[in-house]
Design a protein around this ligand. Structure first.
Ligand code: MCA
Ligand code: AMP
Length: 505
């Protein structure tokens, strides 16, 4: 049966004995072994009662098996919903409810802790542990290692990825087989990936970058990955000599630059370093080149659109730019007020259209209409310009978003919780420069008269509700928040006041 994504990315590797994954313990997983695991997992999904179009939510540690769950969903026509391992039970309940998830696959010990929170939901729970064991794997172990692929067309849903929003409510971006496949094929070609490549993979696989950009490109090229459980400088230094390429967020590169053993000799053989998910400072770009002789290739994407732009493989990779729109992707700059297209060189909102662009937010037709025009252009919320040579520069954001170590954080979500805390009148959460994470969170609080904010218990409360990376790293109590004549909080003023607190603590 034809399956748009599976037929091109996975099926060609059935029976192939070439290595696919190199694991940290020295183990190797061949393509054939991986595809057998995928098929047995697809069998297990069916056995668990999932039907094509149903949603499987997955919050597990990175492993070969975790990646195979993604393949199994594609093969069985099940919609894959990966979730950050840092999410708390209360965050998970929202995703599971909103998406109508039929089954939740979680890390064993955590799953036990979540059972109470999930009570009352019509949800099957199975485990997949960091070491590749778990009830789901046991179930699959008794099943066939072949599976009759479920037919899926280009516009069928492949994945649902939640991205936070300016209202504080996360939105489920619906990504089709075509969105994922078109982008994987374009990137493979643009970045010259072949079956000779070995990618050093240290990104998490619950986001677009590590999952679709990295893993799909490797599958499309029939290449290999050194599959690290997480980013760790020591492991990176050990493994770089075996790799030809690496993808990372800017924090990966700044951390490597701080390591004396990371030098030109170590990476002389490397073919390509790709950076994205957050702005790479022009200074880091230059420092990397003078240190290693390599120019990082910076690209720009979003959960809703996959990758939009890339600096060229051949040709000038310009520091401070994200390159040109990828083949098949149209990118325009428009006036934020009128929506009319602006001229080259003018700053406005970035809009994109192409086979990579998602079909909308689940259960949110109004929100979809606001951001996805009838013409097919998606309003990214990023501000930028196109320079005289067609390179795109991102100069800011028209959305209240903070990117910390490559993770997106919408302040509204945190402010809503802070505003409910004892003795808090109101709050403003901002992102300020941070030497490691690029940006980090600061909470500015206004105290109720005659009451005292207890920051310690407030941050404990926040810890129960929000993933660690969304928790502010500094709190300040002020008399009042600065507001403009429209009574809107002037976060730019706050950002200016606190801009040095992590740089010169
Ligand atoms: C971990 N912590 C963080 C972050 N990561 N806090 C803020 N921001 C973060 N990104 C917390 C930990 O829980 C810990 O808290 C403390 O910070 C320090 O942890 P550390 O050990 O230094 O962190 P780590 O485990 O080394 O992780 C840092 C990391 C990781 C390697 C930069 O965050 C990471 O892999 N980021 C990549 C994210 C990514 O893949 N983004 C792509 C999204 P405590 O000390 O209190 O316990 S896709 C996307 O954006 C679009 C589509 C695109 O264009 O790609
Ligand atoms: P996400 O919602 O996690 O998909 O993150 C998408 C956002 O990350 C974009 O809207 C940009 O603001 C930002 N982003 C991704 N790549 C880059 C880049 N190379 N430079 C600047 N910002 C980026």
């Amino acid at each position: 049966m034809p399956n748009h994504l599976f037929d091109r990315l996975f099926a060609p590797h059935v029976g192939v004995s070439k290595p696919f994954l190199h694991l940290l313990d020295g183990g190797i997983v061949t393509y054939d072994q991986f595809l057998q695991t995928v098929a047995s997992f697809a069998q297990a999904l069916v056995q668990s009662g999932l039907r094509p179009g149903d949603v499987l939510a997955v919050q597990v540690e990175k492993s070969m098996q975790a990646l195979a769950v993604y393949g199994a969903c594609v093969q069985a026509g099940v919609v894959f919903l990966p979730l950050n391992t840092a999410y708390t039970a209360s965050e998970l309940v929202y995703f599971v409810r909103d998406s109508g998830t039929k089954m939740f696959l979680g890390d064993g010990p955590k799953l036990d802790a979540f059972r109470g929170a999930f009570e009352g939901l019509d949800l099957r729970l199975e485990s997949l542990n960091a070491d590749g064991s778990g009830s789901f794997v046991t179930l699959a172990g008794a099943l066939d290692t072949q599976f009759e692929t479920v037919s899926r067309g280009p516009h069928d849903l492949a994945a649902l990825l939640y991205t936070s929003g300016t209202t504080g409510r996360s939105k489920g971006a619906m990504l089709s087989h075509e969105n994922l496949l078109s982008n994987a094929l374009v990137l493979t070609q643009e970045w010259r990936f072949s079956d000779q490549d070995v990618l050093l993979h240290a990104l998490p696989i619950f986001h677009t970058h590590g999952l679709f950009v990295a893993s799909n490109v490797i599958l499309a090229a029939g290449a290999e990955m050194i599959f690290l459980p997480k980013f760790d400088v020591e492991a990176m230094i050990t493994c770089l000599s075996q790799a030809t390429t690496m993808m990372g967020v800017p924090t990966f590169y700044t951390r490597l630059l701080d390591e004396p053993r990371f030098n030109a000799d170590l990476v002389r053989h490397m073919r390509l370093f790709v950076s994205g998910s957050a702005p790479l400072l022009a200074e880091s770009h230059r420092q990397f080149e003078s240190h290693t002789g390599h120019r990082i290739l910076e690209r720009y994407g979003m959960t809703e659109t996959n990758m939009n732009c890339s600096n060229p493989y051949d040709g000038a990779r310009r520091a401070g730019t994200v390159g040109k729109p990828l083949p098949g992707v149209e990118l325009i700059i428009t006036d934020t007020a009128t929506g009319l297209e602006l001229l080259q060189g003018q700053v406005g909102q970035i809009e994109v259209r192409g086979p990579n662009v998602f079909s909308g937010y689940l259960n949110m037709p109004e929100k979809t209409k606001e951001e996805l025009r009838e013409t097919g252009f998606f309003i990214t919320g990023d501000l930028g310009l196109i320079d005289e040579e067609g390179y795109v520069q991102i100069v800011g954001r028209n959305k209240d978003l903070v990117i910390s170590g490559g993770y997106n954080i919408y302040p509204k979500e945190i402010e809503l919780i802070l505003d409910e805390q004892q003795a808090v009148v109101e709050s403003a959460v901002i992102g300020v420069p941070h030497p490691d994470f690029g940006e980090s969170l600061v909470a500015v609080l206004v105290q109720k008269p005659n009451e005292k904010i207890d920051v310690k218990s407030l941050s404990t409360n926040l810890g129960a509700a929000l993933a660690r990376f969304k928790q502010p790293r500094a709190y300040f109590i002020v008399e009042a928040l600065p507001r403009n004549t429209m009574a809107k909080v002037q976060k730019n003023i706050l950002r200016e006041i606190y801009k040095d607190i992590f740089i010169n603590p």
